[in-house]
Write a protein that binds this ligand. Structure first.
Ligand code: FMN
Length: 178
């Protein structure tokens, strides 16, 4: 059984990435996995200060914000799902801040061994999401995490519009088979 942490990166709590995350979660739960969802819309996660305090202090970050709670969750799960809208061809700042702040985890040792990417974008063209998915794939290699799959929903703009598309079933099936 996997312990799955879903990082929900859209400020729209009932938006398209939330719908993809829910479908994935339903599939994963059907297969007996434990799922925790963490919504970044409620959180305050500041950028990494590059002060290197964590590098000198066994991975302890000097900043006191929502990352304190998230570090504990990251240490307590083996699989992460990044559920994110595409913002100007990349991740929104909230997700990028989390990624950068895991610099502290590089000292303690990352417990997350597997990852999944779920994305939503309003444009239909694949090049719009390829930049983000290519970055994600290289990132998993860079930090030594195994990519278990990607669902890249396109052509969805209004909140939860994705519910009428094939991407929902794809997310559900991915959750079920991992
Ligand atoms: C600041 C901002 C930047 C965006 N940039 C892009 C983009 O580069 N490409 C794209 O296809 N959609 C872009 N979008 C649209 C969202 O990715 C799209 O509406 C998505 O479905 C939102 O997901 P959500 O409902 O989970 O928030 C942008 C939206 C916002 C608010």
């Amino acid at each position: 059984m996997r312990k799955i942490l879903i990082l929900l990166g859209s400020p729209r709590k009932n938006g398209n990435t939330a719908a993809l995350a829910e479908a994935f979660s339903n599939g994963a739960k059907e297969s007996g996995h434990e799922v925790t969802t963490y919504w970044l819309g409620d959180a305050t996660i500041n950028p990494c200060k590059a002060c290197d305090y964590c590098q000198r202090n066994n991975g302890k970050c000097i900043q006191k914000d929502s990352m304190t709670e998230l570090y504990k969750l990251l240490q307590n799960h083996d699989t992460i799902v990044i559920a994110s809208p595409v913002y100007y061809l990349g991740f929104p700042g909230s997700i990028k801040n989390v990624i950068d702040r895991t610099y502290a985890e590089s000292v303690r040792g990352r417990k997350i061994k597997y990852s999944i990417l779920l994305t939503a974008a309003c444009k239909e063209d694949s090049w719009v999401t390829n930049i983000l998915t290519d970055y994600y794939k290289e990132l998993t290699k860079y930090i030594g995490v195994e990519n278990l799959g990607i669902v890249s929903g396109r052509g969805v703009e209004k909140p939860a519009e994705v519910k009428d598309t094939k991407w929902i079933e794809e997310a559900f099936q991915l959750g079920k088979r991992i």
